[in-house]
Design a protein around this ligand. Structure first.
Ligand code: NAD
Length: 250
């Protein structure tokens, strides 16, 4: 088991990539906390994992709220007493260009996509340190590496911030044996994309930019997260890992 005895918390774990990561981690022996605002969907994912023989718990979390993070730490410590892996996966995308977007929407994007991981790292670093170290994985995007022609400015700003948040944590907390890496998916078929893909032209645009000629699956991303979380990646720290079929190499 690649994550035997390890405990992970995955934000935005109720559905999409977060749920796929939770499933993959539990298949490899981890106990996972699914931390999300959507309690009903999250509880369902937890039930499915537990019914399949895995170990999962649900914790209500709004990543934009410091109080909510404090409560999540309390719950993890109460139920299992330690944490080894934090996956900052929750994210939103309000698809409006810089000229369309109002201040409130920009602030919301920053709050979920940047303040969320910032607060999560702030509150879980002491927990990881107490466990003797651990792995933090931040979900960025190809848009955190390049200016992507189909993506709006606000999303790009938030994912770029995640890329460098990752590197500064990697450098500063290596002394505590805490590794921090980011994952940069190209377009993945998840609920986040369903609205966009109602228009077949949008789907074709996204397909056309991937040298491997297909969209990513949630499992592609979950497998990358599994590797970074595991001890196989013990010397991998501060990496921005594209999982994009070659998109950003083009
Ligand atoms: N799907 C893609 O094509 C793609 C590509 C690159 C990067 N990403 C990134 O991957 C991550 C997951 O994306 P997804 O496609 O699975 O999205 P999704 O919309 O399917 O799931 C996101 C989850 O985050 C939760 N969430 C949103 N706001 C929250 C908050 N304030 N507090 C707690 N939970 C909150 C939602 O309830 C949901 O369960 C995001 O960070 C996204 O930006 C996605």
């Amino acid at each position: 088991m690649r994550l035997g005895k390890k405990v992970a918390l995955i934000t935005g774990g109720a559905q999409g990539l977060g749920a796929a990561i939770a499933r993959r981690f539990t298949e490899e022996g981890a106990a996972v906390f699914i931390a999300d605002m959507q309690a009903e969907v999250g509880e369902k994912t937890v039930s499915e994992i537990n019914a399949g023989g895995g170990t999962a718990y649900f914790v209500t979390l709004d990543v934009t709220s410091e109080q909510s993070w404090i409560a999540a730490v309390w719950k993890v410590e109460k139920i299992v007493g330690h944490l080894d892996i934090l996956v900052n996966n929750a994210g939103i995308n309000i698809r409006e260009s810089i000229e369309e977007m109002n201040e409130e929407n920009f602030d919301n994007m920053l709050a979920v996509n940047v303040k969320g991981p910032f607060l999560g790292i702030k509150h879980f670093i002491p927990v990881l340190r107490k466990a003797g170290g651990g792995s933090i994985i931040n979900m960025s995007s190809v848009c955190g590496l390049v200016g992507h022609r189909y993506t709006t400015e606000a999303y790009t700003v938030t994912k770029g911030a995640v890329t460098l948040l990752t590197k500064t944590i990697a450098v500063r907390y290596a002394k505590d044996n805490i590794r921090c890496n980011s994952i940069h998916p190209s377009t993945v078929d998840t609920p986040l994309m369903q609205e966009l893909f109602k228009n077949p032209e949008r789907r074709q645009e996204r397909l056309g930019e991937v040298p491997l000629g297909r969209l990513a699956t949630a499992e592609d991303i979950a497998n990358a997260a599994l590797f970074l979380a595991s001890d196989e990646a013990a010397f991998i720290n501060g990496v921005a890992l594209p999982v994009d079929g070659g998109t950003t190499a083009d």
